[in-house]
Structure formats: structure tokens, C-alpha cells
Design a protein around this ligand. Structure first.
Ligand SMILES: *Cc1c(COP(=O)(O)O)cnc(C)c1O
Length: 235
């Protein structure tokens, strides 16, 4: 598995999508999703110029992060439970998966205790899929004003995972809906929300055409994920 070569190919595809969309390639950040990948894979991606890594489970991140070079920046992209907020605040530079006011309040409390400020994204379940976590779009709008007032959190934007479907137009409509929702949140806030985290290995080009500023790439960068995290026992 040549991680540097994969990254070069992904960067070319990002650049081509930006040309189609009339965007500057520098406006799209490539984040490596390192869940289930060993520290050696993280090191190889760092050497190839990646700085941001996404992890989906606090337990795994807690074991892996100390084994990786300290110049890596870590973001939480998976569902976060309240009882893991304290660890999450200690481990991550940004949390992309905030999906309720109660969770935001608990993160705010833990940030207060740790004397930290945490940038966050709100995860939105745009298509209302039962299998996914994330805010319903109407609820984001209802809670946005209160969320944005939490003193230890900084809302930087929105995140979504598109439905797993070969129908490109369905995927595109989800990304477009997230961009429009960001516009409505900006109205409530009265300020810009710079980040739209959308696009994974199978759909990042469509996401860029629809305004993504941060693509989260696992498989296309590292290859197929191992079936379980390193050092994990059982299933
Ligand atoms: C696993 C994961 C990804 C990466 O998926 P790939 O299809 O392997 O690129 C991106 N975002 C989230 C939230 C994930 O859980």
C-alpha cells in the first residue's frame, strides 16, 4: 500500500473537482480518516503532507494518539457519548460530531474544567436515515442560537455523511441541503460559518462541487480498513 501515491492521486482529483466548480484547491482540506489504521499508517500520511486525522471512537484514539508523532492533529468524527466527553476534550483538536444541545453542554462543561476552548462542527442527518446519528435539520435551526452561546465551544460549521447509494443526484442533493442549512445558521449567527465537512472516498468530488471545505478520506488513502482496531480483543 503506497500511501504517498494514494494521497497524490486524491489531491489531483480534488484539484480537478475544484476546477469544475471554479474553486481554489486551497479551499479544500484533505483529512485522513485513520480509524482502525495502525500508527505506522498515520506516520506515513504525515510524511506525505497530511496534518489532520479523523478518529471515530474515543477508546481507539486514546490508545493510538500517544503512539503517533505529536505533530498530528486529531479530530473526532464518530458518535460521542456524554461519558466520553472528558477524554474527547483531552484528545482532540476539534469535534465534528456534536449532535445535540445536551452533548454540547457537557462538552462545554468539560472544556471549562480543562480550561480549554473547543472548535466544533454540528453533525446533521440530512436524509433522516434511521441508521445514522446526527441532528435533524429543523432541530439544528431550533437550537443554533443557544449552541452558539456556549462560552467554551466555537461552532465552525456543519458535517454530514451522505447516504450510501450509487445515485449521484441523491448524494448531491444531501450535500446541497447541508450547504443551504449552513446559510440559514449563518443568518441566525450573524457571522460566517467557514466549515462544511462533507465527502468521503466514494463521493468527495460531488461534495467539493457542492461547497465542501473538508473531505474525510479513509479507504482511498489507506486502502481497506482492518476489521478491528490494533490491540482490540474479540469481535
Ligand atoms: C469512516 C468514515 C469516513 C471515511 O470513509 P471512507 O469511505 O473510508 O473514506 C469519513 N467520515 C466518517 C464520519 C467516517 O466514519
Amino acid at each position: 500500500m503506497d500511501i504517498a501515491a494514494n494521497i497524490a492521486i486524491i489531491r489531483e482529483r480534488i484539484a480537478a473537482a475544484c476546477v469544475r466548480a471554479g474553486r481554489d484547491p486551497a479551499s479544500v482540506t484533505l483529512m485522513a480518516v485513520s480509524k482502525f489504521q495502525p500508527p505506522e499508517a498515520v506516520s506515513a500520511a504525515l510524511d506525505a503532507g497530511i496534518t489532520g486525522f479523523g478518529e471515530s471512537r474515543v477508546q481507539e484514539a486514546k490508545v493510538k494518539i500517544p503512539l503517533c508523532p505529536s505533530r498530528a492533529c486529531w479530530q473526532m468524527i464518530g458518535h460521542l457519548q456524554s461519558n466520553k466527553c472528558r477524554d474527547a476534550v483531552a484528545l482532540f483538536n476539534l469535534i465534528q460530531s456534536v449532535d445535540s444541545l445536551a452533548l454540547a453542554q457537557e462538552l462545554n462543561k468539560q472544556c471549562e474544567k480543562a480550561a480549554k476552548t473547543m472548535p466544533i462542527l454540528l453533525e446533521v442527518n440530512v436524509a433522516g436515515e434511521a441508521s445514522k446519528f446526527g441532528y435533524a435539520p429543523t432541530r439544528v435551526l431550533a437550537e443554533f442560537a443557544e449552541l452558539s452561546k456556549l462560552p467554551r465551544l466555537e461552532v465552525h460549521g456543519l458535517m454530514t455523511i451522505a447516504p450510501y447509494t450509487p445515485t449521484a443526484e441523491r448524494v448531491r442533493s444531501v450535500f446541497r441541503a447541508l450547504r443551504e442549512l449552513r446559510g440559514e445558521c449563518e443568518q441566525i449567527l450573524g457571522a460566517p460559518l467557514p466549515q462544511l465537512s462533507m465527502g468521503m472516498s466514494g463521493d468527495f468530488e460531488i461534495a467539493i462541487e457542492e461547497g465542501s471545505t473538508l473531505v474525510r478520506i479513509g479507504t482511498a488513502l489507506f486502502g481497506e480498513r482492518p476489521r478491528k482496531a490494533q490491540g482490540e480483543e474479540g469481535a
